[in-house]
Design a protein around this ligand. Sequence first.
Ligand code: ADP
Ligand code: ADP
Length: 232
Amino acid sequence: TVAARAVDVWKVYGSGEAQVAALRGVSVDLGRGRFTAIMGPSGSGKSTLMHCLAGLDTVTRGEVHIGDVLVTGLGDAKLTRLRRDQVGFIFQQFNLLPSLTAQENILLPLSIAGRKPDRDWFAQVIEIVGLGDRLSHRPSQLSGGQQQRVACARALVARPNVIFADEPTGNLDSRSGAEVLGFLRRSVRDYGQTIVMVTHDPNAASYADRVVFLADGEVRAELHAPTADAVL
Ligand code: ADP
Ligand code: ADP
């Protein structure tokens, strides 16, 4: 089964002379419980593909599925609900609310969805990301690495169908980056979380069990671990 899927997706920005085909017939399956990295040069369509797969952007042609729902053609209200219920995000810039504590940030998506956190799972997530003594701190009192751990906990605690991570280590030193990648990988291996990560960094991609390479809006290659570990 797949957590999400793109089928022959085209994305064309602009019109007439200014047209840019950011995606040209991209098909990818995001297998449940897999950690997929999307790599490729700047401008190759990585962000566009992630936005289309996450239901943040509409496609020009083709289909996107999240879980067993056909996203293409859904209205805004349904799309918002689908994202809220099924998708988690981790960003390069952490995107935490500065006035909330770490714990409040972590629980925010659940409160917005009107869902109660599962106590045991919450405790487990806090342990996975190692934030036990920092829960009452605000983002400004945390290091970049700690802030990104809060963002990861926020994505994990809702147990979404898919987590989309856009350059999650782009603002971290290599040690904090390795920590974050380590528990993303553990959440896949030990808890069956599905993760898709866009990255420029081959070292970051080596934590994934599959790497999809884009160039000029097309899938050019796909590597599976342990091949990926060896090549990158
Ligand atoms: P990447 O994430 O690999 O750097 P992007 O998906 O951001 O690539 O961009 C792919 C192509 O689409 C680029 O040529 C970029 O300039 C273009 N593009 C992306 N977003 C837009 C947009 N909103 N309007 C017009 N062109 C865009
Ligand atoms: P990334 O490094 O993640 O690819 P970019 O800096 O390329 O991000 O783009 C940032 C934002 O601007 C994205 O939301 C992207 O869709 C949009 N964008 C990128 N290229 C263009 C463009 N040529 N015209 C308009 N928007 C663009």
